[in-house]
Design a protein around this ligand. Structure first.
Ligand code: FES
Ligand code: FES
Length: 154
């Protein structure tokens, strides 16, 4: 076991966990942060996407001790049902979510894009979510949702 201290969604946390646990399991099973989803656990689906120091990563591929002293943001840090982020509202308004399994990861990737590039083209959006697999929407509605949010945020 090891002790890991880091910032999670703006708050300092300290947790004891096995050294071999990955960040996805640490978040979900030790810190009750269940927005990031278990999909493939092989870095292929993006359902587990979180921000590590502002950059999107697949939490299933990050060993938890690596986040010591760093900042992790999940969908929970972007918005809540009471106070949704513009992106979350746009995904609802523009039908960017169907079953919703991919949605937390999609929104985290889109959030990182809009932080760096408030004027994304359609191709920029497609490239930003290239690692996020959706089995439901066909992607067009997701891209539309992100572009609509970008418009509203300017
Ligand atoms: S669960 Fe991490 S990429 Fe699929
Ligand atoms: S909305 Fe179902 S997997 Fe994307």
């Amino acid at each position: 076991m090891t002790t890991i201290s880091f910032k999670l969604n703006g708050k300092k946390v300290q947790v004891e966990a096995p050294v071999t646990v990955n960040l996805l399991a640490l978040l979900r099973e030790y810190l009750d942060t269940t927005g990031p989803k278990f999909g493939c656990e092989q870095g292929n689906c993006g359902a587990c996407t979180v921000l590590l120091d502002g950059d999107p990563v697949n939490a299933c591929l990050v060993l938890a001790p690596i986040v010591e002293g760093r900042e992790v943001m999940t969908i929970e840090g972007i918005g809540s049902p009471d106070k949704p982020h513009v992106l979350q509202k746009a995904f609802t308004e523009y039908y960017g979510a169907q079953c919703g399994f991919c949605t937390p990861g999609m929104i985290v990737s889109a959030y990182a894009l809009l932080k760096k590039n408030p004027h994304p083209t359609r191709d920029d959006v497609v490239n930003a979510i290239v690692g996020n697999v959706c089995r439901c929407t066909g992607y067009a509605k997701i891209v539309e949702s992100v572009l609509a949010a970008a418009d509203q945020m300017r």
